[in-house]
Ligand binder design. Structure first.
Ligand code: 5RP
Length: 222
């Protein structure tokens, strides 16, 4: 199977998990990226069976709306049963690196609200040690140089993602060459740098279920 077919397979597996749990008043959190897009396209077939969705990016909101799925502001929703999203890296503790699509902050917010976070990814995203994928950090624009200097002190090599402005009007620094032995600690330390909005480590709130698309079928890690 191609990488895209593996992404489709995990999106289908997530649909299979949530379908029996859907109710007329269910609102679902939906992530961003090519794997999440497959999930959205499959979710459209079920739209009569749930109320709507909360989107983790403007791109996802647009795709949901195109399918006729109502999109709610997170502030108008009291709970989310599920959040379904992809990842750039995932380890066996279900800690993730996310933000390749620059949507990390809204993704982290929606994941924080959801009762169950189902991460869907093809097998290329599975790692023993997080950090080969450069860690995205969303930064308030005026703090970019300050944050970059602090990241160097923490042992990383920050690279400004040229031409990218997040949905929140901020910029992204991609941090190379980090050895992430303790993802919870690094997530906290980076978030304490003034000017950082958040970073792409999902360790304090890891996924609850990881669906990995492999050549031998979809593997569930939980
Ligand atoms: C976007 C993300 C995505 O989930 C991540 O980049 C994976 O994307 P894809 O499903 O296209 O491989 O974190 O900010």
């Amino acid at each position: 199977m191609t990488q895209d077919e593996l992404k489709q397979a995990v999106a289908r597996a997530a649909i299979d998990i949530i379908t029996p749990k859907l109710a007329k008043d269910s609102v679902i959190g939906v992530g961003t990226g090519s794997t999440a897009n497959h999930f959205i396209d499959m979710l459209a077939d079920l739209k009569a069976r749930f109320d709507g969705a909360v989107a983790s990016s403007e791109a996802t909101a647009e795709r949901l709306k195109k399918h006729g799925i109502p999109v709610y502001d997170l502030n108008s929703v009291s709970s989310l049963e599920f959040y379904i999203d992809g990842a750039d890296e995932a380890n066996d503790h279900l800690e993730l690196i996310k933000g390749g699509g620059a949507a990390l902050t809204r993704e982290k917010i929606v994941a924080a609200v959801a009762k169950t976070f189902i991460c869907i990814a093809d097998e290329s995203k599975r790692v023993d040690l997080l950090g080969a994928f450069p860690l995205p950090v969303e930064v308030i624009p005026m703090a970019r140089s300050h944050v970059a200097r602090q990241i160097v002190k923490l042992g990383g090599d920050p690279v400004y993602r040229e031409g990218v402005v997040t949905d929140n009007g901020n910029v992204i620094l991609d941090v190379h060459n980090l050895t992430i032995n303790n993802a919870i600690e690094l997530e906290r330390d980076l978030n304490q740098v003034v000017g950082v909005v958040t970073n792409g480590l999902f360790a304090h709130r890891p996924a609850d279920i990881l669906l990995l698309g492999t050549q031998n079928g979809v593997e569930t890690v939980d």
